[in-house]
Design a protein around this ligand. Structure first.
Ligand code: SAH
Length: 473
């Protein structure tokens, strides 16, 4: 290591900037997150952002280059004067008076480099590459940003405030376990959900009782895995996956999403898919509740959005009935993923201004009654319909929908095996059979408001679009 990372104290100190350009403004934006006073020294005009800062009294401006008096006791000097000779001179001056200097884009003149920063104040992660690969540093930062939830700094600050209390009440040999629990268990989970008061109360109660609870009253998160591609997962979903002790997942959940879980987390396949061998719902409910009851952090991972045809309601009720904290983390539902695959909106102004999300599969004995949901001005997004296409077609036509309504099938939207078929209502079952489309697929049927939009090209149009592994294109 040519450089050594340290955190500099900034409260009550001054940082000096030689220059008033955009480059300097970028550094000032960073330093403004600290408590340091900002002194800008330059005879040149300031960019508007800095002029506003000075006018508001948030920075002081001297219309000349900095001298030894400006630098006395300063924490840092940043230099970007626009003139090489002046840059060198100021770097030498800083060195003479013992102030670390950073000359923008001149690593050879620098004593100090600015890292890439993940800011969860007071938790700060700094990434440096000694100037070799700033783009890599930014990529690493993006990865860390995604795993540290926004409330994490508040939890750290809370821990800081409670340190004395913990020392008073938690015996020394239990302290480490206490803090491990605080940052990985229920307090962190509560804070991540935005319940800072809950986190504080949980921590205080545990401290007063002499240590972390033996059983951390686990939790259940019903997490949307999206349509398959891991970059269609929410950041919150990713955080829950990384916190989970055990993950119960469905058939439709893509392995690349599951890979994001902690390596030592248990993965339990509950095999839910229409018609396929699967656990009965009651057994799933009982099992996830029992796991949370044992103190485990349980993720129930469901394809798409857990609140869409995911039997979330039963699992939420089971958790509530057992007094277990339960949370729903939304995901991208199949219809949204299909729209993205088609690069076509689900609703189109003046043509289809109503979106109906429906399943063609109900409890045995019930009728889906799709006709009742379909009317002019509607896009019908049909889930679980592939095994009864002929009935769906007949039912919609019987409801008065024109046979030439546009139909789009998207099989495995958003993942590597994606296939798209365009057809019309009157021949959708036949076209899908010829193309050999299979589950999982979502079907969009559009019945525009007035008249029919003429379809371009010959039907059916089938597009097989093998994607690169990873779903990126
Ligand atoms: N909760 C899921 C839906 C589960 S029901 C969601 O929000 O997407 C299962 C049905 O969803 C499948 O029969 C199929 O109609 C649809 N589906 C799930 N994943 C899909 C995908 N990647 N592409 C197309 N349809 C999908």
């Amino acid at each position: 290591m040519k450089t050594f990372p340290m955190f500099l104290r900034m409260d009550g100190r001054r940082v000096v900037f030689a220059g008033g350009s955009e480059e300097i403004a970028r550094k000032i934006r960073l330093i403004r997150r600290t408590e340091a006073a900002i002194l800008i020294c330059t005879p040149d005009p300031l960019v508007p952002e800095l002029a506003v800062l000075v006018a508001a009294g948030d920075a002081v401006h001297h219309p000349r280059w900095p001298d030894a008096r400006d630098l006395a006791g300063a924490a840092l000097l940043f230099v970007a004067t626009g003139d090489d000779a002046t840059d060198v001179e100021l770097a030498q001056l800083a060195r003479r008076v013992g102030v670390p200097v950073n000359v923008v884009d001149r690593p050879d003149l620098c004593d100090a480099y600015t890292p890439c920063i993940v800011d969860r104040d007071p938790v700060v992660v700094a990434i440096g590459t000694e100037g070799t690969a700033p783009v890599l540093a930014r990529q690493i930062r993006a990865g860390i940003e995604a795993t540290l939830e926004p409330g994490l700094g508040r939890l750290a600050a809370l821990a800081g405030r409670m340190r004395g209390m913990v020392e008073d009440h938690v015996p020394k040999h239990r302290r480490r376990a206490f803090w491990e629990w605080a940052f990985a268990g229920r307090p962190r989970h509560l804070q991540a959900k935005g319940d800072g008061a809950g986190a504080a109360i949980t921590l205080r109660d545990a401290a007063l009782s002499g240590g972390a609870p033996d059983r951390d009253g686990g939790w259940i998160a019903l997490v949307g895995a999206g349509p398959g591609a891991r970059d269609l997962l929410t950041l919150r979903a990713m955080q829950r996956l990384q916190q989970a002790d055990v993950i119960f997942y469905d058939r439709l959940v893509d392995p690349e999403v599951l890979d994001l879980a902690r390596r030592d987390a248990d993965r339990v396949f509950v095999g839910k898919e229409v018609g396929a061998h699967s656990w009965p719902q009651d057994q799933i409910n009982a099992t996830i509740v029992a796991a949370a009851w044992r103190g485990l952090r349980v993720v129930r991972l469901k394809s798409g959005d857990p609140s869409v045809f995911g039997r979330a309601c039963e699992e939420i009720e089971a958790a509530r009935a057992a007094g277990i904290a339960v949370e729903l983390v939304p995901g991208i539902t199949a219809a949204s993923a299909a729209a993205a695959s088609l690069t076509r909106a689900l609703t189109e102004r003046q043509a289809t201004e109503r979106l109906v999300v429906a399943t063609a599969t109900c409890k045995p004995g019930d009728r889906a009654d799709l006709g009742a949901a379909f009317a002019p001005g509607t896009t019908l997004a049909l889930y679980m319909a592939m095994h009864r296409l002929a009935e769906v077609e007949a039912e919609l036509i019987a409801a008065g929908a024109p046979r030439h309504c546009e139909v789009e099938f998207v099989q495995q939207a958003g993942s590597a095996g994606e296939r798209i078929l365009r057809s019309t209502l009157g021949r959708m079952a036949a076209d899908a059979a010829v193309a050999g489309l299979r589950n999982p697929a979502v079907i969009l049927v559009r019945w525009p408001k007035e008249g029919m939009v003429e379809l371009a090209g010959d039907l059916p149009r089938l597009r097989d679009r093998p994607l690169a592994v990873g779903g990126t294109r």
